[in-house]
Design a protein around this ligand. Structure first.
Ligand code: OSB
Ligand code: MG
Length: 368
């Protein structure tokens, strides 16, 4: 496979509702899009960096610079024997997983299309249905109760509540009182410290499936201490950016569940390696999200077909976030299940180029 040309676009989509988490509020999605071309096929991916480095250190600007100046020049015009080779090619450069992922994932899509196969099959997936939950942003407790009600009724398999200091135990009291049996989790996006141990221990009484990323994004050691003090499993998100991160986390019992985000891990190759490691530890995994539009959402769904994705993921209906998506297919759940997009090979979706053109902020072309 020789990539003949590529494109890097930046698009901006309005979000239907502001999405508030411990570290900030998102009101629109700015997305770098990578397109790679070979032999009449096109592969697509979305970058997941935010405008500000408030989730992890990468930003839209830093990831676009790395894609443009470092990663695309390594692959355009160069022969690739398989998509795994891309991970090896990028490995000498430190970090920048989100930038790496957007190039690597586009190449996986292109590769699958050139083989005439759906991406899930190329990745080695075995599941034909993908179970999903929802991630509910921070709102007043009364609004959150309505939100939970709506999504439980729609059949979502797990409710994840975003929490932060001052918005945690009272929220859990209210939600558990109304919904004693739903699969419930919280996501703190790193906003507690070990000084908050009394609050985190108090969460044990709500029968949560797990507490997602309670402590700092770069501190596995404190998560080890916390996990030893809790009955509830910790699920790691921000702390797992590489395969060695996952190895250290599992070997030290820093968490007992892993949120796999392909965009955070540098692409499908590492996502699958982390998945396989978790499988060997009997640690359940699920697929996280970054409010992706249709391309990123489709990649996530295909990835979720791997066997150890035994817990409902965050890849809920696109219509919860966007009035109009960038792909023509509707990526919508039915009774808590997300169908695997299958319009043709690869990620199985068709670009809505009219809409993409209308929301494009910049576009750059690369040729061999
Ligand atoms: O921590 O999982 C997270 C969204 C943006 C940044 C971080 C996170 C999230 C979500 C939303 O929880 C998941 C989704 O619906 O895509
Ligand atoms: Mg998270």
């Amino acid at each position: 496979l020789v990539i003949e040309s590529a494109e890097l676009k930046l698009i901006e989509l309005p979000l239907l509702n502001p999405f508030r988490i411990a570290t900030g509020t998102m009101v629109k999605k700015t997305i770098p899009i990578v397109v790679v071309r070979a032999g009449g096929y096109e592969g697509y991916a979305e970058g997941v960096a935010d405008v500000l480095p408030d989730y992890l250190p990468e930003t839209i600007v830093s990831s676009m610079m790395m894609i443009r100046d470092v990663f695309l020049p390594q692959v355009v015009g160069k022969p690739l024997t398989n998509p795994q080779a891309v991970e090896r090619l990028f490995r000498p450069w430190r970090d920048h997983q989100m930038a790496k992922a957007s190039v690597e994932m586009a190449i996986w899509d292109l590769w699958a299309k050139s083989q005439g196969l759906p991406l899930w099959q190329i990745l080695g997936g075995t599941r034909s249905e993908v179970e999903v939950g929802v991630s509910l942003g921070i709102k007043e407790i009364a609004r959150t109760l309505q939100d939970v009600e709506i999504h439980v009724q729609q059949g979502y398999r797990r409710i994840k509540l975003k929490v932060m200091p001052g918005h945690d135990l009272k929220l859990l009291d209210a939600v558990r009182a109304r919904f004693p049996d739903v699969h419930l989790t919280v996501d703190a996006n790193c906003c507690y410290t070990l000084a908050d141990l009394p609050i985190l221990r108090a969460m044990d009484k709500y029968n949560l499936d797990y507490i997602e990323q309670p402590l700092a994004w770069n501190d596995l050691h404190d998560h080890v201490k916390l996990q030893a003090a809790l009955a509830t499993p910790i699920c790691l998100d921000e702390c797992i950016r590489t395969l060695p991160d996952a190895r250290k986390a599992l070997a030290s019992d820093a968490g007992r569940v892993v949120n796999i985000k392909v965009g955070r891990l540098g692409g499908h190759t590492v996502a699958k390696q982390v998945h396989d490691l978790c499988l060997s530890y009997h640690v359940p995994v699920w697929c996280g999200g970054m409010l992706e539009a249709g391309i990123g959402r489709a990649h996530n769904i295909h990835l979720c077909t791997l066997e150890q994705f035994s817990r409902p993921g965050d890849t809920s209906s696109s219509s919860r976030y966007f009035e109009r998506d960038i792909v023509l297919e509707k990526l919508e759940t039915e009774n808590g299940l997300m169908p695997i997009p299958a319009s043709g090979a690869g990620i199985g979706v068709t670009m809505d180029w009219d809409y993409v053109e209308a929301i494009t902020l910049s576009s750059e072309s690369f040729r061999a």
